[in-house]
Design a protein around this ligand. Sequence first.
Ligand code: K7E
Ligand code: RUQ
Ligand code: CUA
Length: 651
Amino acid sequence: MKVNSSKLFILTASVAALTSGLQSCNSSSAGSASTNDAASKVYVAPGKHDEFYNIVSGGFNGQMSVYGIPSGRMFRIIPVFSQHPENGYGFSEESKPMLNTSHGFVPWDDLHHIALSTTNGEHDGRWAFGNANNTPRIGRVSLSTFRTEEIIEIPNSAGNHSSPFITENTEYVVAGTRFSIPLDNSNTDVPINTYKDNFKGTISFIAVDQATGHMSIDFQLLLPGVNFDLARAGKGPSKDWFFFSCYNSEKANTLLEVNASAKDKDFIMAVNWKKAQEYARAGKGKKVPVKYAHNVLDEKTHTATSTMINEVLTLDPKDCPDMVYMMPCPKSPHGTDVDPTGEYIVGSGKLAATIPVFSFAKIQQAIASKNFDGSYDGIPVLKYDAVLHGEVQKPGLGPLHTEFDGKGNAYTSFFVSSEIVKWDIKSLKVLDRVPTYYSVGHLSIPGGPTKKPWGKYVIAYNKITKDRYLPTGPELTQSAQLYDISGEKMKLLLDFPTVGEPHYAESIPASLIMNNSKKIYKIEENQHPYAAKGDNQTKVERKGNEVHVSMTAVRSHLTPDNIEGVKLGDVVYFHVTNVEQDWDVPHGFAIKGANNSEILIMPGETQTLKWQPDRIGVFPFYCTDFCSALHQEMQGYIRISPAGSNVALTY
Ligand code: K7E
Ligand code: RUQ
Ligand code: CUA
């Protein structure tokens, strides 16, 4: 659909009007940027594979989703912080502990950012990390099973937005708090207007075990009460450093829209994490009491266990010199991004008229010569001019995020002027701009945040859809757009709808993942305590008022399929083992009246549905996944008798 420039102007102008301080709007690049050969460039013929996996945040649906690029076809939803009826995640007994927190069972969250694991700064295809913004957590998804394997809660945090961002060799995943809060172990019942005295910001450094991927909070930095927004680790020369954008350096606790935009500059905080690690090892930290959950999926039983941890090591910059510095950055920075060489750090002030680019070499010189501009809460502030490589002038309105193509170019998303702008990192000259439909948030170039971008495409994740698709009532699908960046000019190729509200996404060559993608779980490795690895191992056992059914599922029967002797007041656990050993033959299991979804069992594994019958009668159960010509025959009955009846247990 062609959208004329006046329409785009009205849309972006009304968005601009919502943002104080911005009156004018630039509509220069409106119109359709699509090319004639676009269709052939995104066409992946039936039976052919896409070139890239695109792992996309689901935003407020709490999941990650997997797409193919360039086709834009969606392959899978991976539930992380949300229950997912399709595969029983968060409903099965095995997966429920994954969603446990210090607040109890929290089966929803807001997943903003994806971080794919790297080795030596390049994608390695092992894991995808994602953050929970609302009840602070980090999840780790295996890129072999495409399942959530681990979730760790973050203490002393609220609004875990500045995460997960990773160091060059995935040594650490960081989690920075967006909302400053009174620390968990302090008096937390304080008047909100004592913000300036009582509220702290924290950044957690979560160590990742390279063999297993297991996460543990190594240490936490106690920082001024600003709002941490986004971050990037350095790479190459800057690999020991981390850069965090901070807004609300005014420390406002009300009407942030106005009060947190009072100052001309906020900060990008530079942290020498290697040094912080040394301080932590040297005993400079303090262990403080907290309470947070750590949930891990066991490989052999496919069962998650949740452990509560009650202390965390904190480091205070006052006790740790030369660890943290502030760099002034024009107005309310959102994204902070590091180029593939590791020398340039790009700040994106949402309300700024320029894009500042900092030089890592200059930062080092300024630190060595103590070229400071005072301090902020005791943290040295580096002089803006001393650390600046330069500013991109008049790039657009409302810069948010920047990705790189590995050829010396940067691509920045502009929410307010609704466009992607390509510019040269060294000369800071704007080279090209294309409109997005409409109001892009994050953007993604395959390998864009790594040392070795694959380039070729940029994908825009747009916040506003308007007229792009067939209308579906008051709410419209979210939208992504694919642009060809192989030439000098960017070319729009495709719109495709997305699930939830994508924030960040990463794309990785299919070749780095597809050969490792798990096909089956070996039945002989199944150590689930209730596994029945063949029909001869099926059984029904009573333990007090618990009835445990060890059932098998195979094309095309469930065993046992007639169960009697269960009474009202009993709790029934259906432990269903899929004894198939073929790729892509799941069986499902559901029972009438169960209020907790179904389960889906992959070949070789056991999953458990807990069911508390609420009345007497005969209840059918069946396989929910169409698995063979006789799928409809995969069914059975369980009889529930009155409490105290003497019907014998038979099956
Ligand atoms: Cu990464 Cu969307 Cu949470 Cu920018 S945020 S857009
Ligand atoms: S039957 S393969 Cu469930 Cu009507 Cu459809
Ligand atoms: Cu098994 Cu349908």
